[in-house]
Write a new protein. Structure first.
Length: 508
């Protein structure tokens, strides 16, 4: 009886939701009463600072999970969301498969999901508090079959999954976040630490959608615009058209797609995109959001790699031991770039044979030296070499993102106590945004601004106390760390807005 009632409720819920989209002037979902307090108790207007618990976090190794807190270590951070019936798009192609990937509105410990809540492996107890740079203070409430620790399934880091909301906007936010490596502070189960997060582009309408229909709740704001030259918008599974043809052409030339372009984003195209993402550290497995979807990070990487593909010159196939010339030099240079021990001489000697064979084994081209093609440069080896080499030379630092942000958005001058001017104003505005400074921008670098700079330095582990020589001085290292945060925040907003624009266009 319960299952029957549940099915009836689900059908009614889906019908109401679909009807509200098709006939918005007739049906309107109830809107929460206006209150003076924020949309949610968890939401901050700026990135919260790390909580102070009386002692500095020590550094733990990526394989360690200490039971003494607080400590800090690197995590791989991904995102998930709650799909809704009737969305304009689903990254997996359907509502049902999207639900299987992301789960429902109740976390593993029974908590109603809310933006900023996180899922981890079982190594981290429910209720564990953490501080994630650019996000804020979160708590563990959920689990996931794809969430594993470092050393498992070829994962380099323990993984954290952040819940990003419900519906179309949340899907866009999830895809724009992608996968990032962050140094996270782990505080354990500390009831004195209150959750507080900042997520870009969450608005009242989305909060009403989540809280009214599913009795969930939470989050924040809106933003600017980024231009992609080759792929100006997301390309979706099961879509058709010129964007798909262009995507397939690029994948074909890069060796990920074996058949000629058809203009239809079919299963083979999705698998080719996934293999490209794996090679370029965008996703690790099919259970991650965005796997097989040509979203912001995949579009940027495809563009960077295809540009490099057109610029770089690769050796022709057929060269082998005793061959000489520029082709051999190019092969040796590529192998050296990829970390193999080989001298660039232009002569295909024993050292080159060994280095090439090691590359073939490492990348699954061959399994033993007795196989045909061992140590010689054939078509399969060339395709694999191009993929790996291009991924290497266009790779980014894991904790930074290429943003193409306007230079005016970065902080350019070193500053210290007593300085004045527009650069001080820009710094003060950023410190206010990050919740380190409580005064209005004055353009004067006074004692309060100095202390705010120190608190930022302390948060990002550049300083331990204010007695240190460079504490409170906005020098190159401090400026670089702050610009990195600004760039990442800007990139996320631009990617979200660009993706939202794409969904709007495709929906017309």
């Amino acid at each position: 009886m319960q299952n029957k009632n549940k099915k009836i409720f689900t059908c009614v819920l889906s019908a109401v939701f679909a009807f509200s989209i098709i006939c918005p002037t007739i049906y309107k979902a109830p809107v929460a009463k206006a209150e003076s307090k924020p949309v949610s108790k968890y939401i901050a207007d700026a990135v919260p600072t790390a909580p102070s618990v009386g002692k500095e976090p020590y550094t733990a190794g990526i394989l360690e999970r200490p039971d003494v807190f607080p400590y800090k270590k690197l995590f791989m951070i991904t995102a998930y969301y709650r799909p809704m019936p009737g969305q304009k798009r689903y990254s997996t192609g359907s509502y049902e498969s999207e639900v299987r990937l992301n789960g429902d509105m109740t976390a593993a410990d029974g908590t109603k999901v809310y933006p900023g809540m996180v899922a981890t492996s079982k190594s981290y107890a429910f209720g564990t508090k953490m501080y994630i740079p650019t996000i804020g203070i979160v708590a563990v409430h959920d689990r996931g079959s794809a969430i594993v620790n470092s050393g498992q399934r070829n994962q380099q880091y323990d993984r954290i999954d952040i819940w990003m909301g419900a519906g179309d906007d949340a899907l866009i936010r999830t895809l724009a976040w992608g996968k990032r490596v962050k140094e996270v502070v782990v505080y354990g189960k500390d009831s004195s630490i209150k959750e507080s997060v900042y997520l870009a582009n969450y608005d009242a309408d989305e909060n009403t959608l989540a809280s009214t229909i599913f009795d969930a709740g939470t989050i924040v704001k809106a933003a600017p615009k980024k231009v992609y030259t080759m792929f100006p918008r997301d390309v979706w599974y099961l879509s058709k058209g010129d964007d798909v043809t262009k995507l397939q052409t690029v994948l074909y030339h890069l060796g990920y797609l074996e058949k000629q372009p058809s203009g239809f984003y079919d299963k083979a195209t999705r698998e080719a995109v996934y293999n490209f993402q794996r090679d370029n550290d965008i996703v690790d497995n099919w259970e991650e959001n965005g796997a097989g979807h040509t979203g912001p990070q995949t579009r940027w990487k495809l563009e960077a790699i295809y540009t490099a593909f057109g610029r770089e010159k690769f050796p022709e196939t057929g060269i082998k031991k005793a061959s000489k010339g520029d082709g051999v030099k190019k092969l040796q240079q590529a192998l050296k770039e990829l970390g193999y021990i080989v001298d660039v001489t232009g002569i295909f000697d024993d050292q080159t044979v060994t280095a090439l064979f090691m590359f073939q084994v490492d990348n699954g081209v061959l399994t033993s030296s007795s196989e045909a093609g061992s140590g010689s440069f054939g078509a399969k080896t060339k395709t694999t070499l191009i993929k790996k080499y291009l991924a290497k030379i266009t790779s980014e630092n894991k904790d930074t993102v290429d943003t193409n942000i306007n230079a005016d958005q970065t902080l350019k001058k070193d500053l210290k106590l007593g300085d004045t001017g527009k650069d001080v104003v820009a710094l003060q505005k950023e410190l206010i945004r990050m919740n380190y400074l409580k005064i209005k921008p004055s353009g004067y670098f006074g004692v309060l601004t100095k202390h705010a700079v120190f608190k930022f330095q302390q948060t990002v582990a550049l300083m331990n106390n204010e007695k240190q020589a460079k504490a409170g001085i906005f020098g190159p290292t401090t400026r670089g760390r702050m610009n990195q945060i600004i760039a990442e925040r800007t990139y996320t907003r631009l990617a979200i807005n660009e993706a939202k624009k794409t969904v709007a266009i495709s929906g017309n």
